[in-house]
Design a protein around this ligand. Sequence first.
Ligand code: ARG
Length: 285
Amino acid sequence: MLIVAFCTLKLKHTNSQIKKAKFFMIEKIYMNFPTFYDLKYNINPWMSKNKKPNLDLAQKQWLSLYHTIKNWEIKLEVLENYLSPDSVFIADSGIIYGNKFVLSNFKFAERKEETKGWQQYFSKNYKVIDVSSYGCYEGSGDSFIIKDFFICGYGYRTCESVAKKIGDILELQSILLELVDNNFFHLDTCLAFLDTENLIFYPPAISYLSKKYLENNFNCFDIPKEEAFMFGCNLVQHKKNLILQQGCNKIADIARKLDFQVYFQNLSEFIKAGGGAKCLTLKNN
Ligand code: ARG
């Protein structure tokens, strides 16, 4: 009788759920206060030294995002004084899966200096995995874990070879999506999962074959160009809550039809550096 019960239980759960259960995972979001946020260099098409962010306004916008998330039922951990102009974009530090933290290996020298700090910080609670010998990888900016899949964008920041390797390391099936428009240099700038079945994306930013894969395996909602360029895909999702860049009304309509509660935020000062709500947060998997 006991054996039967165990088998049924096992069948109902995916491998990733079984793996995660071992770690008694508490859902958690990390954020990094923009103490040193600035625009000192130019490593993506959004960044221009002539369009410097207003630090005071950026900190207010960050705090508003923080307070919205703080009201949700999820643990929120904040770093306060770390480190460089772009380290506010904590999603790019790595990806968390159970008790593992796969550390990013940034493409540009300007962001490489962040790595040591992320390594030290996350090694307190996670087993840090260094993939630098396989090539560049930009963490949760370029990758998602959905069910048993490690879904990774490549082409601008992350290398294809690393993306394949991380799937093997985490014992997940790698799904590689090729990015084809440098305005959307990270996967989280042109695609967001609303849950394990539904996603929104901006199709012109993703190669034909990658797009076909997504359409065959998920319910995909295309989003309009103007909302893609407002960083509409760079959203924070937790349960049925969604934080969206202000003005992304078409995405909000899609989400509300799926019963999401939408919270708008204006993150204009971060968009100047090529980031939005999603990359200001790092959520565990
Ligand atoms: N200025 C940062 C960079 O170019 C922006 C990173 C935004 N991160 C993201 N996951 N979209 O690296």
